[in-house]
Design a protein around this ligand. Structure first.
Ligand code: UDP
Ligand code: UDP
Length: 462
């Protein structure tokens, strides 16, 4: 008679909340399905939000084990002082990766698999292979962006020719992509972000599969072509198991936004957030003030003016103009520091979401059925914005520049916010997405089946 063994899975996130949150969510989902889970995190973290979340998550999920990988300050890159601290952290983790082997090999019970962030697969896959551990990549982005990542080495030599607003490229299995949607950093092969992407793109095929925070209905035809027809040999199967379930951390303290939201009518508030690591410039803040005031809708604005939260200490009074504060005092609430976005989006008062389209935010909006005004700022966000638009629950004004390249004027913002809050078709589209997202995760739904299959594949008879 053969018995089965409980899988012991190591999950290894990279840097930044946009990478940590989905890996922690996945850890909790797997633990709930009776897997033994060990989360491996790199220390020190870049942001305070990361260390706070790791501690509170582990405190509230005592069955989940934790191992720390202490970063060694090896050779820094040439202009490390100027580099994005999160990209630098990806680099530092990769440099310290030899420390992973003892963590993986000395575990009891032994590990059955490694689930690793897409930016760490190149250096971790050989270690896992040596230890006979299957590797799954955890994607923190859209299918579109990870496909571009897999295809990028083929494009390398041609990138400069594509530096043209109307140019498109055709990646097998996907709709044509506008070159203007590529992260500008891709035009520089020496950029830290580009080199990390290229290094890892070549290793994606080493994985058993890519665990993707999306769901079958949402991107059915793309998934079909990529998985059934296997048009991209550099991509292993894409396994859609989202929207990833948020873990519940009880509210800490009395955040004024909660009581404020309670007193607003349904669908009357526009929520504005550019994620965890996008700073808004002073000039853009001024224009957004104008846009919000003129649009006249109530607002909940998650305002960040530094890339790393520890540096974001300025008082609201010193950022916003007195004029805006006086005129809109009763119309809105400003959030500083960490606020629970999933909880905000779930509130019935929220009727629209002005979002940078980080992929976690996109899936959270899909889950809650909140229409999105896509305002991509950098990285994968334009490709993500297109997915939102195509799925029928978002607007995207393509003329708006990347965050660092230009300022969007108040009148433009006003126009789009009014459209976001009044477009009934969009609201219907968002409701449909919400309905389908919920079907996907329920017992027997498409995402639930995927996660069960992954676990079963690790449950070896002995
Ligand atoms: N987030 C949050 N509160 C904040 C800022 C961010 O809860 O004040 C969460 C957000 O809900 C999402 C993640 O942090 O789950 C950010 O990931 P995303 O991919 O949207 O954007 P990134 O921060 O990586 O640009
Ligand atoms: N859930 C999920 N994916 C998500 C959000 C939630 O699988 O993106 C699960 C969640 O863990 C819970 C149920 O769906 O089991 C209800 O979710 P939530 O707490 O967000 O309540 P609701 O939004 O339905 O009020």
């Amino acid at each position: 008679m053969s018995t089965t063994q409980t899988p012991h899975i190591a999950l290894f996130p990279s840097a930044g909340m946009g990478h940590l949150m989905p890996l922690l969510r996945l850890s909790a989902m797997l633990a709930k399905r009776n897997c033994i889970i060990t989360v491996i995190t790199a220390h020190p973290t870049v942001s305070a939000a990361e260390s706070d979340h790791i501690s509170s998550f582990l405190h509230r999920n005592p069955e989940i084990n934790h191992l720390k990988l202490h970063l060694t300050r090896g050779s820094l890159i040439a202009d490390s002082a100027a580099a994005d601290p999160f990209f630098l952290q990806f680099h530092l983790i990769n440099q310290s990766i030899h420390l992973l082997r003892p963590l993986l090999s000395s575990s009891s019970p032994p590990f059955s698999a490694l689930f690793v962030d897409m930016f760490l697969v190149a250096r971790t896959a050989p270690i896992a292979k040596d230890l006979h551990l299957p590797v799954y990549v955890v994607s923190t982005t859209s299918i579109e962006f990870i496909s571009l990542m897999a295809y990028l080495p083929n494009l390398q030599l041609k990138l400069t020719e594509f530096n043209n607003a109307s140019a498109e490229i055709k990646i097998p299995g996907l709709l044509p992509m506008a070159m203007s949607s590529f992260p500008p950093a891709f035009l520089d092969p020496n950029h830290l972000f580009t080199s990390i992407i290229i290094m890892n793109s070549q290793a994606l095929s080493e994985a058993e599969g890519i665990l993707m925070n999306t769901f079958e209905w949402f991107q059915a035809s793309t998934l079909d072509t990529l998985n059934k027809e296997r048009v991209m040999t550099s991509l292993p199967p894409i396994l859609p198991l989202g929207p990833l379930e948020p873990y519940h951390i009880p509210p800490d303290g009395d955040h004024h936004y909660r009581s404020w939201l309670e007193n607003q009518p349904s669908d009357s508030v526009v929520y504005i957030s550019f994620g965890s690591r996008t700073a808004m410039s002073r000039d853009q803040v001024r224009e957004l003030e104008k846009g919000l005031e003129k649009a006249g809708w109530r607002f909940c604005w998650n305002l960040k003016t530094s890339k790393v939260d520890k540096d974001d200490s300025e008082d609201v009074k010193d950022i916003l103009s007195d004029f805006f504060v006086e005129r809109t005092m009763n119309k809105g609430v400003i959030l500083r520091g960490w606020a629970d976005q999933q909880e905000i989006l779930a509130h019935p008062a929220i009727g629209g979401f002005v979002s940078h389209c980080g992929w976690n935010s996109v899936m959270e909006a899909a889950w809650q059925g909140v229409p999105v005004l896509a305002w991509p700022q950098h990285g994968d966000q334009r490709l993500n914005a297109k997915v939102v638009e195509d799925a029928g629950f978002g607007l995207w004004e393509r003329k708006w520049d990347w965050g660092v390249d230009g300022i969007v004027k108040g009148e433009e913002i006003e126009r789009k916010i009014v459209e976001l809050m009044t477009d009934e078709k969009l609201r219907e589209g968002a409701k449909k997405v919400r309905e389908e997202a919920r079907k996907a995760v329920e017992s027997g739904g498409s995402s639930d089946r995927v996660i069960r299959d992954v676990i079963n594949s690790l449950t070896l008879p002995f």
